[in-house]
Design a protein around this ligand. Structure first.
Ligand code: ATP
Length: 227
């Protein structure tokens, strides 16, 4: 379980998150929504220990997430897919997956190919020549090479055509259901994301204004203006 307790995060003199007490349970699918600048990316980064100036605590399965020690924290089982298509554009699909899994069992590549058959078809293709959706699938596949037990994704569907957005969401459900990996998803695509998560968290200017079942948020139309 990923647990934030009374977390505050600052950049210089600016407080980006305040009094955050939330958790993501093992195997759960959770979406984080909020307007631009609400603190969604900062929330994910704090879960990985990628923001230095914090108070309060974040723990993963009881172990503290240490601010600044991203590598050590990630080894606790946290996968992270940052915003944008984070792939090595000049390497092939297979080389990208091998790079991401250098410190892990290369046999995981087969599992990634099972989850994303299009990556198997295109394994010899240079990543920079893939479509946006395929590059994003590769970025997710690379995060999976570390065998995470929780996968954090920062706006993975931005800029993708609606049909590809649905493919990406279907893949996330499949990852979650076949591997038990928890999903913590930051999304602008609220209506579509609400259909695939069990719980939603809404941030407004650095604080939590909703934390509950996605079906409840779907009914709460007064809150939708915050996205
Ligand atoms: P978006 O949807 O635009 O990505 P967000 O909800 O993910 O927004 P964050 O990126 O977490 O929001 O930013 C929260 C606040 O912290 C914003 O006001 C942003 O300007 C500020 N901020 C983020 N990163 C930094 C940084 N490295 N230095 C200074 N301020 C930052």
């Amino acid at each position: 379980m990923l647990e934030y307790r009374k977390l505050e995060a600052r950049y210089g003199g600016f407080t980006a998150l305040r009094d955050i007490t939330i958790s993501v349970r093992p195997g759960e699918r959770v979406a984080v929504f909020g307007h631009n600048g609400a603190g969604k990316t900062t929330l994910l980064r704090c879960g990985l220990g990628d923001v230095d100036d914090v108070s309060g605590t974040v723990t993963y399965n009881g172990d503290p997430i240490i601010p600044g020690s991203v590598y050590r924290n990630a080894r606790k089982g946290i996968g992270f897919v940052p915003q944008g298509h984070n792939v090595f554009r000049d390497l092939s699909v297979a080389q990208n997956l091998r790079m991401a899994g250098l410190l892990h069992d290369q046999a995981y590549i087969d599992e990634v190919y099972r989850l994303f058959p299009v990556l198997l078809e295109r394994r010899a293709q240079i990543a920079g020549s893939l479509s946006g959706g395929q590059q994003q699938m590769l970025a997710v596949g690379m995060a999976l090479m570390t065998r995470p037990t929780i996968l954090m994704l920062d706006e993975p569907t931005t800029g993708l055509a609606p049909v590809i957005v649905q493919d990406m969401f279907r893949s996330l459900i499949q990852i979650n259901e076949t591997t038990g990996t928890a999903i913590m998803l930051v999304e602008q695509n609220v209506a579509a994301a609400l259909r695939i998560v069990q719980r939603a968290i809404v941030l407004k200017t650095g604080g939590v204004i909703f934390d509950g079942p996605s079906a409840e948020l779907a009914r709460h139309e007064d809150m939708w203006r915050w996205f």
